[in-house]
Design a protein around this ligand. Structure first.
Ligand code: PNS
Length: 171
């Protein structure tokens, strides 16, 4: 029987404990799971693609059959190139559904053989999102428990560099 490869695409800016939970669940369903970071984000990211990939690799290094990659352009083209059978996405709350449904059906229109598989993260992570992590961090709050400790450290480093940069500009 051929191996089933799935792609877990996203911005991952930054990776949260919810993403990690989904990676762990997804890798038990599929033979290979590629976590794929979109490189041409419309929005201004907090972390560069290289930083996001680095954090994803660090966070998933002890998880078997998971690899990290980047992609640009259409997701279905990347999936075809990788010979993936499925796309993995997480659904946390009802509010995610509309966006995810639209994306899944668009991808199905473009690539009818590619299935989108939705998984729910552990209940404890249903409120966690990268967007809120970025917002809390930028407003000086604690994101402890929402992201891996290594990501918390990277956020602190970013804060330190930003402050140093601002101080440098003023002096
Ligand atoms: O984590 P995100 O930002 O919700 O992930 C969105 C992502 C990267 C999965 C989506 O924007 C995407 O697949 N972009 C690639 C462009 C594409 O294929 N668009 C058409 C299908 S929606």
């Amino acid at each position: 029987m051929s191996e089933i490869l799935a792609i877990y695409p996203g911005s991952f800016d930054p990776i949260t404990n919810g993403h990690l939970d989904l990676i762990e669940r997804g890798r038990q369903l599929f033979d290979q799971l590629i976590v794929a970071v979109l490189t041409n984000l419309e929005k201004e990211p907090l972390f560069t693609v290289a930083e996001r990939v680095d954090m994803l690799r660090e966070a998933s290094k002890s998880i078997p059959n998971v690899s990290v990659d980047t992609f640009s352009g259409l997701l279905v083209d990347y999936a075809r190139q990788k010979q993936a059978k499925a796309l993995l996405r997480g659904i946390r709350a009802f509010t995610d559904y509309e966006y995810e449904l639209q994306m899944a059906l668009t991808n199905r229109k473009l690539a009818p053989d590619l299935e989108t598989v939705f998984l729910m993260p552990a209940l404890a992570y249903t409120y966690v999102s990268s967007r809120l992590v970025r917002e809390i961090f930028q407003l000086g709050g604690s994101v402890s428990g929402m992201v891996p400790p290594m990501v918390e450290e990277r956020l602190q480093q970013k804060l330190f560099h930003d402050k140093a940069k601002k101080a440098g500009v003023r002096s």
